[in-house]
Design a protein around this ligand. Structure first.
Ligand code: AHR
Length: 338
């Protein structure tokens, strides 16, 4: 479920209104149209809105669930989707956006792999009169007229909730609590913001110290590899804060291989709450997860329809999320959708 609100990130404006609905039906495929043309761009005149969507990649369970949500919602809403997978590379996203402009799609949406470096291509879209919607991740462009709205989570809050749980969990500690941090993709909004929120929260207890922090690029392989390095370099690790479940799941392998018991010898906090992460939490291998919902598709399609119709939309649509302990994960797992 989503809520609208005033957004504090640089460059984003004040909340306008919510009122989000979903609609109709049609399919899609990777890097192609998955349909037979749009109503205003490619001249096929089938009456459908054509949406060009540039996805970050397929780096995590979260991303896979997000892609499914976008594809299913486009089909449901009767929107023709041109989907592109950028394989976690900004240059691929810029190329995809330029292709969408050339194809004269009706609306462009994308989940920016990193925050910076989008002004030129966004200006090109604006000059071509194609409205842009940011999904999942924000950009740091000072000119907020370059996009219509941003739909996604409050990443700072996710980091803060993780840190606040840890402060409570370790409140009886009398000596240093050594934390290692697995950051997401360098320069990405979730990596920057989760780091910030977590650091702010743990500042409440001077015993809590981040002794190592490095990017695992939001992947299981990255999480495993960097955790191995952390374990070699740091004889005493009390806590792992991983910016997503996948890196935490990769780190589990490294921790077990090092002869330590995850969830007991090392307290593990992650973000996302995808099924595999929730299972690890229910099994006691993780200790806490802050949720980040990937199910943005239906709300995105509603925004697409509205901007295409020239209607006003909120400048910020924020995802409503919760947190999970092990007991809560056990209760939620049977009905978990992703
Ligand atoms: O932008 C959302 C983040 O991207 C998710 O937390 C992570 O799993 C994904 O790769």
């Amino acid at each position: 479920m989503l809520k609208t609100g005033t957004f504090t990130r640089r460059g984003l404006g004040t909340l306008l209104a919510a009122g989000l609905l979903a609609g109709g039906l049609v399919g899609c495929a990777n890097s192609d149209t998955g349909g037979d043309g749009g109503d205003s761009g490619d001249g096929s005149g089938n009456g459908k809105i054509v949406l060009g969507f540039s996805q970050v990649g397929a780096e995590s369970g979260w991303r896979t669930a997000n892609t499914t949500s976008v594809k299913e919602a486009a089909a449901e809403a009767g929107i023709e989707l041109k989907f592109d997978d950028a394989q976690q590379k900004q240059e691929n996203q810029i190329k995809a956006i330029r292709n969408f402009i050339q194809q004269k799609v009706d609306v462009i949406a994308f989940s920016p792999v990193v925050e910076s470096g989008w002004d030129t291509v966004l200006k090109e879209a604006k000059d071509a009169d194609i409205p842009v919607i940011l999904t999942d991740r924000a950009v740091d462009s000072a000119d907020t007229s370059l996009y219509k709205t941003f739909i996604g989570s409050d990443f700072v809050k996710e980091g803060r909730l993780s840190g606040e749980w840890l402060v409570e969990e370790k409140k009886a500690a009398t000596g240093p609590v050594n934390i290692v941090e697995l950051q997401g993709t360098t320069g990405s909004a979730p990596a920057n913001d989760r780091k910030k929120g977590f650091a702010e929260a743990i500042a409440a207890n001077p015993n809590l110290k981040i002794v190592a922090s490095q990017s695992g690029d939001f992947t299981r392989a990255g999480g495993k590899q960097v955790m191995e390095q952390f374990l070699k370099a740091n004889p005493k690790i009390d806590v792992l804060f991983a910016h997503n479940d996948d890196m935490g799941l990769g780190a589990l392998e490294a921790i077990t291989a090092a002869g330590k018991v995850p969830g007991k010898d090392i307290t593990i906090i992650t973000i996302d709450a995808v099924k595999d992460g929730m299972q690890a939490l229910a099994d006691g291998k993780f200790n806490f997860i802050a949720e980040c919902s990937p199910l943005l598709g239906p709300q995105l399609m509603d925004l697409v329809k509205k901007v295409h119709a020239g209607e006003s939309v909120p400048t910020r649509v924020e995802t409503e999320e919760t947190t999970f302990t092990s007991e809560q994960a056990k209760a939620a797992l049977p009905t978990r959708k992703y």
